[in-house]
Design a protein around this ligand. Structure first.
Ligand code: FES
Length: 111
């Protein structure tokens, strides 16, 4: 697991080099002690909380189709853009805003 190496302003943290995130291969990073799943598709980088809202499965170990990641344990589905659970309305994981700057991926928790 990679850890945040640099901080900027309040809660914006550089979590990894862009070139280290392989397209279509989820990666696990940590931000403020929380596990975060990163996923890169083309120029886009998605970031959501890695811990499934059901029973804590690791979403990084799941599979992604379109904008949806499926938890490997019991199949709950989460939207990579919003963190919303598509299986149980009202459930969600944390959503982060991911930006690419200076060759790095920066995360900011999104309310
Ligand atoms: S722990 Fe993710 S669906 Fe059950």
């Amino acid at each position: 697991m990679l850890r945040g190496r640099e901080t900027e302003a309040m809660a914006r943290i550089r979590v990894m080099d862009l070139e280290a995130l392989k397209p279509r291969e989820p990666a696990l990073v940590s931000m403020n002690g929380q596990d975060v799943m990163l996923y890169r598709r083309g120029a886009e980088v998605f970031a959501i909380g890695n811990t499934c809202a059901h029973e804590g499965g690791s979403l990084c170990d799941g599979w992604v189709e379109s904008d949806i990641v499926t938890c490997p344990l019991h199949g709950w589905e989460f939207d990579l853009r919003s963190g919303a659970c598509m299986t149980i309305p009202g459930e969600s994981v944390t959503r982060y805003t991911a930006t690419v700057e200076d060759g790095g991926i920066w995360l900011e928790e999104t309310p």
